[in-house]
Design a protein around this ligand. Structure first.
Ligand SMILES: [Zn+2]
Ligand SMILES: [Zn+2]
Length: 265
């Protein structure tokens, strides 16, 4: 636990890919730097069966690291029924706090769109069966994502719209369905005024923060590998946009993350 950071400044990185090869050489140091920065809890997110297995292994090793299992839309085409069965068994692990990341990525289209949608709907049903919240990845597919979530009644379990990048109208729809929005480091990018405008008007309990590391590194570290310690830079940017203190943002986002992921506050 951090000793040099006030409890009020405690932050949770709600979306990190620490299972990826980028951290193979120095994972313990990365986690240590996070704790030093007051990032006491990290939630790591699997993207395919092998990655999910690895997230659980890491979570078993560290008391304040939790795991999310599911199949990313990029990997939708290669996942088998056997994989989904295996993931449902993995999801019974005490460290698993949600099902994800699942959704639609019509920007990169690494799996055919129809298959992405079929796997997305299927995994919402699985999460509902397990009574786990869902973590949603949506890129260039806001309307389609909202339609799937509404038609599959995903609001019954709720969850997180990770790396939120939509407009005010999309934010309202997601919040109405019972989801919270997760704000990534791109809020620090000068060009991203749209996101800052949305964040300014969100309800206090409607958002959390994430790194999505190793991707989306916030300023001033752009171009380098991202890591959980940097979620503080995102929280600071959110605090400035909302005219609140970092302590307020830390307390609010920690409370919301604990509620959504069923963590002790
Ligand atoms: Zn994602
Ligand atoms: Zn991710």
């Amino acid at each position: 636990m951090p000793i040099d950071t006030a409890e009020a400044d405690r932050l949770i990185d709600t979306h990190a890919h620490l299972d990826m090869p980028e951290y193979e050489a120095d994972l313990p140091q990365v986690i240590q730097r996070a704790q030093k920065a007051g990032v006491t809890t990290i939630i790591i997110v699997g993207t395919d069966p092998a990655s999910c297995q690895r997230t659980i292994e890491i979570a078993e090793h560290y008391p304040d690291i939790f795991a999310i299992v599911g199949v990313h839309p990029h990997n939708a085409a290669e996942v088998t029924e056997h994989d989904l069965d295996q993931l449902q068994r993995l999801a019974q692990h005490a460290k698993v706090r949600a099902w994800g990341e699942i959704g639609l990525d019509f920007y990169r289209n690494l799996s055919p769109q129809a298959i992405q949608e079929e796997r997305f709907r299927r995994q919402i049903a699985i999460a509902k069966g397990l009574k786990l919240p869902v973590v949603i990845h949506s890129r260039a597919a806001t309307q389609e994502t909202i339609a799937c979530l509404e038609e599959e009644k995903a609001g019954e379990v709720g969850g997180v719209i990770h790396c939120f990048s939509g407009d005010q109208a999309a934010a309202r729809r997601y919040l109405q369905m019972g989801f919270v929005l997760s704000i990534p480091g791109v809020i620090t990018f000068p060009k991203n005024q749209i996101l800052r405008d949305v964040v300014k008007h969100l309800p206090t309990d409607g958002f959390i923060v994430e790194t999505d590391c190793p991707f989306l590194t916030p300023a001033p570290h752009r171009g380098k590998r991202n890591e959980p310690a940097y979620v503080r830079l995102t929280a600071e940017a959110v605090a400035i946009v909302r005219g609140e203190s970092i302590a307020q943002i830390a307390a609010q986002t920690t409370q919301t993350a604990c509620r959504v992921f069923n963590l002790t506050n």
